[in-house]
Design a binder for this molecule. Structure first.
Ligand code: ADP
Ligand code: ADP
Length: 237
């Protein structure tokens, strides 16, 4: 059963330049991502990964085509519905992107605050989330007092704060060394196993895909050049 479905998704940017014309950042994308799977999206710089993320999170609308997340069409929503729909996708960023002025707990609490969860309830959920990522004892630490791997754990807890059905991880390990990368990826897999969350990992590294993905899509110049199980894709000559 798909958690995310893209049908003929195209995004065209009109650019003013000497050569002029239109950039097909996404060009006829058809993709299904199964519930509870870990799906990798791999492509070089300029392949269309960021555009895909912005369309999935409805920060931008595709030029044509349809996107559904957890059964909800993302391309025909009003502002109120959009805010609601965006909560279905938790985001994890490269190098964690934490607010330096807030503690680990404060960072995890932030999406709950935005969602209007009252303070007392927030506190309880924050501690549960930090426990989930193994950082309960660092609740009061500031990002500057945490290692790269710990910061990304906080970023993951924050991404999961509103209990979204989808966790979208944008280059989650590209700032980390090899061993920390492995630990963070294994945490993501454990969370998928225990929470059943559907995970999308955007990366330019096949090693990340090999480590934890079930399925993978290779993107080039806005088009899917291959998509399937990791076994099938990696078996190719
Ligand atoms: P990636 O994230 O894989 O590096 P992007 O989605 O950022 O790829 O970009 C895909 C293509 O779309 C590139 O050719 C890029 O220059 C172009 N592009 C992306 N965003 C814009 C924009 N806002 N305006 C014009 N062109 C854009
Ligand atoms: P403030 O407490 O001023 O709103 P913070 O960013 O420090 O700003 O905290 C935001 C939320 O994070 C708090 O409402 C609380 O629920 C939670 N929080 C902050 N620090 C801790 C902590 N040490 N342990 C547990 N929860 C905390």
């Amino acid at each position: 059963e798909p958690m995310i479905t893209l049908r003929d998704v195209t995004k065209i940017y009109h650019v003013k330049s000497a050569v002029g014309g239109a950039v097909h950042a996404l060009d006829g994308i058809n993709l299904e991502i199964s519930k509870g799977s870990i799906h990798g999206i791999v492509g070089q710089s300029g392949a269309g990964k960021s555009t895909l993320i912005r369309c999935l999170t409805a920060l931008e609308q595709p030029t044509s085509g349809s996107i559904t997340v957890d059964g909800q069409e993302m391309t025909e929503l009003n502002e109120t519905q959009l805010r609601q729909a965006r909560r279905n996708i938790g985001m994890v960023f490269q190098a964690a992107n934490l607010l330096d002025s807030r503690t680990a707990a404060g960072n995890v609490a932030y999406p709950l605050y935005l969602a209007g969860v009252p303070r007392g309830k927030r506190h309880e959920q924050v501690m549960n989330l930090l426990e989930l990522v193994g950082l309960k004892d660092r609740a009061s630490s500031y990002p500057s007092q945490l290692s790269g791997g710990q910061k990304q754990r906080v970023g993951i807890a924050r991404g999961l704060a509103t209990n979204p059905p989808v966790l979208l991880c944008d280059e989650p390990t590209s700032a980390l060394d090899q061993e920390t990368t492995r630990q963070v990826l294994h945490l993501i897999r454990d969370l998928r196993d225990s929470l059943g969350v559907t995970v999308i990992i955007i990366t330019h590294e096949m090693a990340v895909v090999r480590e934890i993905c079930d399925s993978v899509t290779l993107l080039e110049h806005g088009k899917i050049i291959q998509s399937g199980t990791v076994e099938d894709i990696l078996m190719q000559p």
